[in-house]
Design a protein around this ligand. Sequence first.
Ligand code: NAD
Ligand code: UDP
Length: 310
Amino acid sequence: MVILVTGGAGFLGSHLCERLLGQGHEVLCLDNFFTGRRRNVLHLMDNPHFELVRHDVVDPFKFEVDRIYNLACPASPVHYQYNPIKTVKTSVMGAINCLGLAKRVGARILQASTSEVYGDPEVHPQPESYRGNVNPIGLRACYDEGKRCAETLFFDYHRENKVDIRVVRIFNTYGPRMLPDDGRVVSNFIVQALKGEDITIYGDGSQTRSFCFMDDLLEGMMKMMEQNECVGPINIGNPNEFTIRQLAQTVIKKIDSKSSLVEMPLPSDDPTQRKPDISQAQKLLDWNPRIELEEGLDKTIPYFQEILEI
Ligand code: NAD
Ligand code: UDP
């Protein structure tokens, strides 16, 4: 198949391109390099089945493809809040452009949605049926509401135009190729611990997240794309829940770092708890995450050591 991956030069997108090429597909990687990097796909450039296109999903595009994975959107709060209006445009106009293309060429299309659609959840763990608790005017709204609107568009194109959609809601996923200045918690803590700098805990560190290693996530996402039973939305994540303080302590222990923990102000609307209910993915996709936090950190830390030359 010919497969378009928007956001294909980013952290998850570049690993996805690699896997799709490994399965023998033609891969078109489209990216505007906002948080993606050419170096993430440099090793794929010699592959005759790989093509890199510098383009912004906000502007229309046309390709003859069989599948579209729509991953284009900054995912770290630091990056998506840098230009919030652009973030909304990327999510909403990017979805419209991808869906318009899927409709024209009859491609199946998957949206990389997010646990952020649940906002600061009052239901724990979060099943797909939970409608969420998002502040529509807060600092995170550009991302949360942008992704919610993208889901709306996916389901309207599905109902109105019979577009063959799939929607996955991704919970905090980490691994090699995250940017060292990405701003998300796993990369921040590893970089700080490796450099012996203070580990920045926002708030008192009692807020929770459930961390999924990228290999598990990609397997679930690709299974979702290639099954015919359900369009989603479906949660993909690892349900093992940690406080942010526990994560910091685990990273310090793994790296045997001299770093100390310091508390910094908690950003507004920071969700207090997050953990996926993955019973749908277990049942419909026969999928389970396999790589727990300590093992995932062991696979991620060497990448940061290498790029930071530590
Ligand atoms: P990332 O920032 O590494 O990747 C996003 C990619 O999209 C980058 O390559 C970036 O340059 C590109 N991009 C951004 N705006 C664009 C635009 N207007 N046009 C073209 N390309 C654009 O982040 P990631 O973690 O790899 O996330 C990939 C997708 O998965 C995102 O849609 C994100 O919302 C979603 N997601 C990720 C997580 C996670 O924990 N990693 C969680 C939930 C959802
Ligand atoms: N966080 C933190 N220190 C950091 C970066 C993040 O304590 O240096 C916290 C953040 O406040 C949030 C959690 O870690 O409670 C996860 O943050 P991240 O930005 O990785 O993802 P999200 O909030 O979108 O889940």
